[in-house]
Design a protein around this ligand. Structure first.
Ligand code: NAP
Ligand code: COA
Length: 268
């Protein structure tokens, strides 16, 4: 179920918006009338997504860039600003994940995830600032339950996403006086995504996940998109610095048995 909220003529930028959850978010904003820009590393995925967004009736554009390269993100966002104007909503969701126990994780493996999730989020936020509507813009960082639930084989992700949530909380303080709201959304296990393919790659793990979710099911990209629409709309106008789980209650159970399972998966 998608709630109808009007985003006509609003400019929405979704970084990492070319697949999975973030692409679902971009599509929902497109359906609500927004002008939508997406970015990720792969030009082909950018082109395909822009076509889908245009087919939904939206004014859409995209650029390819790696969030680990601040100059590339800066240039891409400037170009979006020149073509679409002041940003009303920025969603920052590019991320990398794979299960690996700390003792089996190389220096570069840890660094890669920190660079994408944590440093990448900072690059997106910092480069967006000058283009954000003041007052009125809403920034949403896509976090993960690992930010506050320690999970085996996820030390890189736990550290990175905890940092992402602290960026959210700190910039909510710094940018509040400019009328910019900054929040994190924490998706639970979302059906059919790359993230779940990596962390719950078979029926045993999938059952372990749904058994651990109080609402008893996987989430959908629309569940996350609907929460973004709410936060970005006037309905969310007094909400900033919040870490909002949209997870069927999963984190309340410390993500069930998935942690032990991931430890076994990573150690073969
Ligand atoms: P996904 O489909 O792999 O989406 C990741 C997106 O980020 C893609 O568009 C990818 O495109 C882009 N990306 C990856 N590395 C990048 C980089 N270095 N620079 C720029 N773009 C990059 O993953 P997903 O499972 O839907 O996850 C989306 C978000 O939700 C992530 O932040 C994840 O941590 C969070 N999350 C997911 C789940 C879940 O159940 N899936 C649960 C909790 C949180 P390119 O490959 O073209 O770069
Ligand atoms: N187990 C242990 N280490 C791993 C690994 C795994 N499954 N996958 C990658 N690594 C290590 C690599 O070995 C490398 O370290 P090294 O140089 O010491 O060998 C390091 O991580 C970087 O890997 P590389 O493939 O060069 O990085 P990349 O920049 O091309 O890709 C990743 C980044 C690794 C995060 C890749 O999985 C990715 O692009 N992910 C995006 C999609 C995704 O993860 N979606 C889910 C989001 S929740």
């Amino acid at each position: 179920m998608t709630i109808k909220l009007d985003f006509s003529n609003k400019v929405v930028v979704v970084i990492g918006g070319t697949s999975g959850i973030n692409r679902g978010i971009a599509e929902l904003f497109a359906r609500q009338g927004a002008k939508v820009a997406v970015a990720s590393r792969t030009q082909k995925k950018v082109d395909e997504t822009v076509k889908v967004l245009k087919d939904l009736g939206a004014d859409a554009m995209g650029f390819s860039a790696d969030v680990r390269e601040p100059e590339a993100i800066d240039a891409g966002l400037k170009n979006v600003y020149q073509q679409f104007g002041t940003f009303d909503v920025v969603v920052s969701g590019a991320a990398g994940n794979f299960p690996a126990m700390a003792n089996g994780l190389s220096w570069n493996g840890f660094k890669s995830v920190i660079d994408i999730d944590l440093r990448g989020t900072f690059h997106v936020m910092k480069s967006s600032f000058e283009h954000l509507r003041k007052p009125g813009a809403c920034v949403i960082n896509i976090s993960a339950p690992q930010a506050y639930v320690p999970m085996k084989a996820q030390v890189h992700v736990c550290a990175a996403k905890a940092g992402v949530d602290m960026i959210t909380r700190t910039l909510a303080l710094e940018w509040g006086s400019s009328g910019i709201r900054v929040n994190s959304i924490v998706p639970g296990p979302i059906e059919g995504t790359e993230g779940m393919a990596r962390l719950a790659p078979n029926d045993t793990a999938r059952k372990m996940v749904t058994d651990g979710v109080p609402l008893g099911r996987f989430g959908t990209p629309d569940d996350i998109g609907n929460a973004c629409l709410f936060l970005a709309s006037d309905l969310g106008s007094y909400i900033t610095g919040t870490i909002l789980p949209v997870d069927g209650g999963w984190a309340q159970t410390h993500c069930g048995e998935l942690s032990d399972y991931l430890g076994e998966l990573a150690e073969g």
